[in-house]
Each structure stands twice: as structure tokens, then as C-alpha cells.
Design a protein around this ligand. Structure first.
Ligand SMILES: Nc1nc2c(ncn2[C@@H]2O[C@H](COP(=O)(O)OP(=O)(O)OP(=O)(O)O)[C@@H](O)[C@H]2O)c(=O)[nH]1
Ligand SMILES: [Mg+2]
Length: 426
């Protein structure tokens, strides 16, 4: 098995939202007016990174090939109060059924189930304010401006759990892909050896004016629940199908044993999977071997109260009846409650208190960590003395200064916040 083709349904990607544009420091220049008022414009907002369901995608292959995704930064503010331009969002298409987790914490961030589902996975930074925003009664000519806020960055692990009404399962070579090709416009690869299908194929069949989405799942083998033949990945796709068509290979010596084997794998992987409604069909009925098996298979299944069909996916014999039975079974099931309610864009934010901070020692230096304090530092332009004065006022207001003093900071000690190292002055 060429292993590159095996993992299209998982991807790890790095998303980086755009930084906000810097605010501008500028003063109005007018004839005969020596010092005009401040007119530095604000920076534009950085682009968000958004995952959006696309009906044209079936796998995560394109993301595996291009795992680094970066949105643009906002435009910088300019004089004459000109605001920087807002950067466009970076919209990444993903297949329907993509489950998004934070790769570092494992926390589930979004389950993109609806056909138009979207999620903001990294928020662009706010634009820095221009100096015109900092005019106050004590400072009519502020000589500083904020830098843009850094955009969020995170590593995501994506996992595709296909969404289909009907999952077609069975041993390798049972004829699952042949069946899908017979009832839909899908053109899966078909061949007379096991593991021809390595990633699920989707197709849409129309039965009595009802759309039926079918997923042809790669063949399952003994030990699949524990990962044999990558079976656990394939079983995962069946979790979100609502009805199973279980195909038995009529050319086998004992199709009923194959039926039991697959059912054991379903149950060991997830008992709810084994409880899903199944419609069973003996395939390859055009072959004399299969015809000879039919009576015994039918009897064995009837004993368990399981409806059995006899089909030939190759000639089309019995396939419409099988499909209709699946459609009927679906109609009898209660409608699934949507697994996520998405009436607005879910924005994923850290759950922590933004104002909280913590102080620790790093050798002889002090380290201050916290969302807001690190953001303020990143937005300070250290080339502007007034910006540094303002930073000190903010740190005082937040209680960072007092906390550092309490922790024993002395003259000339180093204090690290974000990527900046400050020297302590009384
Ligand atoms: N005679 C006969 N052959 C069939 C029938 N259905 C499928 N086959 C053949 O059986 C072989 C396997 O068919 P596939 O559709 O590739 O089987 P699969 O279940 O998708 O196999 P995997 O993808 O390996 O799990 C191919 O050579 C098909 O031509 C049938 O109804 N009659
Ligand atoms: Mg196949």
C-alpha cells in the first residue's frame, strides 16, 4: 500500500492570523501653524483565519500538502488620520465533517457539520491606535502611537469524519465500490484484489425523489477495531453514517462467518456502531458459487431476524431494491439533532482571564506572563519615550508593578514580558 494515500483524513496545520497594522504618529502640517494637532491614523485589523466547509472537498489532502496558513497583516495608519486597510480573512476550505482540535491541548474547537459551517480558528490582531487617539487634558501633543496587536497563532489537528446517510461496509473485495458505482455517478477504483479502496468514496443516489449520500468505506479485516489494515480510521468514518449496507462476498466459502467477523469489529470499536441499523446483501449473485450459497445465507440471517437481499453489483440485479430498503430505513429513523448549533460564527477564544498575570523567576530575571500584559508589550513602540511612559502607567494600573515589587524586584533587575526585556528603575 503506498502509504502517502492512507492519511488524507488527518492533517496537522499551523494557522497564523494577521497582525494589526501599526498606528501612526503624525502632526498636522499647516501653513503658518508651527505645531498642528496630532493626526496619526489607526492601523487596520489583521486578517482572521477561517475554516469553511466546501462541498468540493472529500479529503484533507490539500491541507497536508500546504500545512502553513498565514493571513495578511493590516495596513499601517498614516498621517491626516488615514486608517490602514483591514486585511482580508484567509478562508481555508475543508471537507464537510471536519473535526478541529487544538493540537497542543487536544481541546475540541469546532465540528464542521453543516454544509455552510465556518469557524474562526485564529483571530487577527486589532490595529494599533494612532497618536490622535491619545490626546488628553494633560497631553495635547502625544508623541507616541500603538503598534498593531499580534494575530493569534495555533497548531490545529484536523480529522475528517465523513457525513453520509449510508455507509457501505464489508470485507475487502466484497464489491462495495462496484455497488457504489452501480447506483451513483461516482467512479471509484474497482479491482480484484483486497484494499483497492484506501479512502472512502462518496456518491449520491436518488431514490423516489430522495437524495441518499452513500459512503464506500475501505474493506475491514479482523482486528480492524485495533488498527489492523488501518481499520480504526475507516471505522471512524462509519460513526456518522445513519444506516449501514453490509455487503457479503458471495464468492467466499463462508459469507456468514465474514458477516460475524465484521460485526465483532464494529462492536469492539464502538458498541453504538454495532447497534446501527444494517441491511445485509449477498453480492455476486451472477456467479454460480454465490447462487449456491444463497439459501444457507438467507436462512442464517432470517434466524437472526435480519432482512437479507441477493444482488449482483456487476449486473445491477437487485441493487435498486437494496437501495430502496436503505432509504426506507432512513425515513423511519428520527431526524438527527444537529451536533452543533451555528447561528453565528463560532469564535474560538482562550478561556482564561485576559487580565490575569503571573510572575516567576528565570534565573536572575523576572518573567511576567499574561494575555493582556503580553499584548500591551507587543503593542508598545519602544522607540517612543512617551509610549514607554504610557506602558508604565498601564503596568501600574494592572497591578503588575506592585506585584513585581512584592516579588522582590530591585533596581537594575531584568523583567521579561513577551519578547521584551526591561530593566527595572525605581
Ligand atoms: N462477478 C461479480 N464480480 C463482482 C461483483 N461485484 C464486484 N465484483 C468484482 O469483485 C472485485 C472487487 O470489487 P470492488 O468493488 O473493488 O470491491 P471492494 O469491496 O470495493 O474492495 P476493497 O476496496 O478492496 O475493499 C472486482 O474484481 C469486481 O469486479 C458482482 O456482482 N459480480
Ligand atoms: Mg473498494
Amino acid at each position: 500500500m503506498p502509504d502517502e494515500t492512507l492519511f488524507f483524513d488527518e492533517a496537522k496545520i499551523l494557522v497564523q492570523a494577521g497582525n494589526g497594522g501599526n498606528g501612526c504618529m503624525s502632526f498636522r502640517r499647516e501653513k503658518f501653524v508651527p505645531h498642528g494637532g496630532p493626526d496619526g491614523g489607526h492601523g487596520g485589523h489583521g486578517g482572521n483565519v477561517i475554516l469553511a466547509v466546501s462541498p468540493h472537498l472529500n479529503t484533507l489532502l490539500s491541507l497536508r500538502k500546504h500545512p502553513h496558513k498565514k493571513a495578511e497583516r493590516g495596513g499601517h495608519g498614516q498621517g491626516s488620520n488615514k486608517q490602514g486597510k483591514t486585511a482580508p480573512d484567509l478562508v481555508i476550505p475543508v471537507p464537510r465533517g471536519t473535526v478541529v482540535r487544538d493540537a497542543d491541548t487536544g481541546e475540541m474547537l469546532a465540528d464542521l457539520v453543516q454544509p455552510d459551517a465556518r469557524a474562526v480558528v485564529a483571530r487577527g490582531g486589532r490595529g494599533g491606535r494612532g497618536n490622535s487617539a491619545f490626546v488628553s487634558s494633560t497631553n495635547q501633543t502625544p508623541r507616541f502611537a500603538e503598534k498593531g496587536e499580534p494575530g493569534e497563532a495555533r497548531t490545529l489537528s484536523l480529522e475528517l469524519k465523513l457525513l453520509a446517510d449510508v455507509g457501505i461496509i464489508g470485507l475487502p473485495n466484497a464489491g462495495k465500490s462496484t455497488f457504489l458505482a452501480a447506483v451513483t455517478a461516482a467512479k471509484p477504483k474497482i479491482a480484484n484484489y483486497p484494499f483497492t479502496t484506501l479512502t472512502p468514496n462518496l456518491g449520491v443516489a436518488i431514490v423516489d425523489n430522495q437524495d441518499l449520500v452513500l459512503a464506500d468505506i475501505p474493506g475491514l479485516i479482523e482486528g480492524a477495531h485495533a488498527g489492523a489494515g488501518l481499520g480504526d480510521r475507516f471505522l471512524r468514518h462509519t460513526e456518522r453514517t445513519r444506516v449501514l449496507i453490509h455487503l457479503l462476498d458471495g464468492a467466499l466459502a463462508d459469507p456468514l462467518a465474514a458477516f460475524e467477523l465484521i460485526n465483532r469489529e464494529l462492536a469492539e470499536y464502538n458498541p453504538q456502531l454495532a447497534a446501527k441499523p444494517q441491511i445485509v446483501a449477498l453480492n455476486k449473485m451472477d456467479l454460480p458459487d454465490a447462487q449456491a450459497q444463497w439459501a444457507r445465507v438467507q436462512k442464517g440471517l432470517r434466524r437472526q431476524n435480519i432482512p437479507a437481499f441477493a444482488i449482483s453489483a456487476a449486473t445491477g440485479q437487485g441493487v435498486r431494491e437494496l437501495l430502496r430498503a436503505a432509504a426506507e430505513q432512513l425515513r423511519e429513523l428520527p431526524a438527527d439533532a444537529p451536533s452543533v448549533v451555528e447561528d453565528e460564527l463560532p469564535v474560538i477564544r482562550p478561556a482564561e482571564d485576559e487580565n490575569a498575570f503571573a510572575i516567576s523567576r528565570e534565573g536572575h530575571a523576572f518573567r511576567v506572563r499574561g494575555i493582556k500584559v503580553e499584548r500591551v508589550i507587543a503593542m508598545t513602540n519602544f522607540e517612543q519615550p512617551e509610549a514607554i511612559q504610557r506602558l508604565h502607567r498601564i503596568l501600574q494600573g494592572m497591578g503588575v508593578t506592585a506585584a513585581l515589587e512584592h516579588a522582590g524586584v530591585r533596581e537594575d533587575d531584568k523583567v521579561r514580558i513577551g519578547e521584551v526585556e526591561l530593566e527595572w528603575r525605581e
